[in-house]
Design a protein around this ligand. Structure first.
Ligand SMILES: [Zn+2]
Ligand SMILES: [Zn+2]
Length: 355
């Protein structure tokens, strides 16, 4: 492929710039992908959009194409590719690792320890907010025909991250669940908890627009306005016991404390929402009630493949959580809306995904 394409960069002053880039050429083991759907993540807003705050793995290199949740179709393969071919539909696991450190060998390229070779798409190498993108073949997950490109973009980061957290706490059908923070990640948690059989799903959220979206989606049994009564409210909804499993997607210190205190004895809590802090009293809040708190960051690539298979089996579509779609020309509006928080998931779409 010859020619130029449009791509979006984030200068770090709450704006987006569209620039011309040459269409990249795939080198050895690399694949050129026609982008079809590219969703915006909370971390793009938190670490890049307003200000370039991230360090290390979250350090955005100025001038690179943004976007780490892309999904598209293979248009060209470089020499030495072993599996994927032109026409294949693919999800991009959003961090390219060295492939040979212990973390990469576990499939957790997110934690790759190589300073030289660990490069995340949309952070340290060009990402998905462009008409085409280059990816390494080893970072791709096949997207089956049953799922849309926007389903795939949702899996690339958010749904993969949530699925990993739910696996860590062993979510199962006998659980009552509390989800704190109902942005795109919290909504993804509810969709997966429901598919995995949880019969009582309670959510808490501070922003009214997000409460409305959560209620409309029909994924929750109860949606509570975030506040100081949440622990009592959750206990009232669970026969005075509290939930078996709590998932914090808010990163808010009050909501995290709610997640800990609203879990019952032997309960498991997972922190997925990034940033912020939390204060709790270890003895009454976790030790005496035998509770466990997990931290969970992204997922590994085989579990992402497993999630894709299960989404088909469960017949659910992550794209249902996308409330707004924009063409690349309106990428500025897309980021501004995501930054306002008055939305579900926001996607920049191309071709047939732009509906
Ligand atoms: Zn993300
Ligand atoms: Zn590595």
């Amino acid at each position: 492929m010859e020619g130029t394409m449009k791509g979006a960069i984030l200068p770090g002053n709450s704006t987006v710039e569209l620039k011309e880039f040459p269409i990249p050429q795939p080198g050895h083991g690399e694949i050129l992908i026609k982008t079809k759907s590219s969703t915006i993540c909370g971390s793009d807003i938190r670490c890049i959009y307003h200000e370039h705050l991230g360090k290390g793995p979250e350090g955005y290199q100025p001038g690179l194409v943004a976007g780490h949740e892309p999904c598209g179709q293979v248009v060209e393969t470089g020499p030495g590719c072993r599996r994927f071919k032109q026409g294949d539909r693919v999800i991009i696991y959003h961090i390219s690792g060295c492939g040979v450190c212990n973390d990469c060998r576990r499939g957790y390229m997110i934690s790759c320890t190589s300073d030289e070779y660990r490069r995340a798409y949309g952070w340290q190498r060009d990402g998905g907010m462009a008409e085409y993108m280059l990816a390494e073949e080893k970072d791709l997950v096949l997207l089956p025909d049953e799922l849309t490109y926007s389903d795939g973009a949702q899996v690339a980061c958010g749904f993969g991250t949530v699925y990993e957290g739910l696996e860590k706490i062993g979510l199962c059908g006998t659980d009552a669940v509390l989800i704190t923070g109902l942005g795109p990640v919290g909504l993804a948690a509810a969709m997966l908890c429901k598919a995995m059989g949880a019969t009582k799903i309670i959510g808490t959220e501070a922003i009214d627009e997000r409460i409305r979206i959560a209620k409309e989606l029909g994924l929750f049994d109860v949606v509570l306005k975030a506040g100081p009564d949440n622990v009592r409210q959750v206990k009232d909804l669970t026969g005075g016991m509290g939930v078996e499993k709590a998932i914090d997607c808010s990163a808010n210190h009050n909501a995290r404390l709610t997640a800990i205190q609203a879990a019952r004895k032997w309960g498991k809590i997972v922190f997925i929402g990034e940033g912020g802090t939390v204060a709790f009293e270890p003895s009454p809040d976790i030790i005496h009630d035998q509770k466990t708190i997990y931290g969970s960051w992204v997922t590994n690539i085989w579990r992402m493949e497993e999630l894709v298979e299960r989404l088909m089996r469960w017949n659910i579509h992550p794209e249902d959580l996308i409330t707004h779609r924009f063409p690349l020309e309106k990428v500025s509006e897309a980021y501004a809306l995501m930054a306002s928080g008055k939305c579900g998931k926001v996607a920049v779409c191309f071709d047939e995904e732009l509906k």
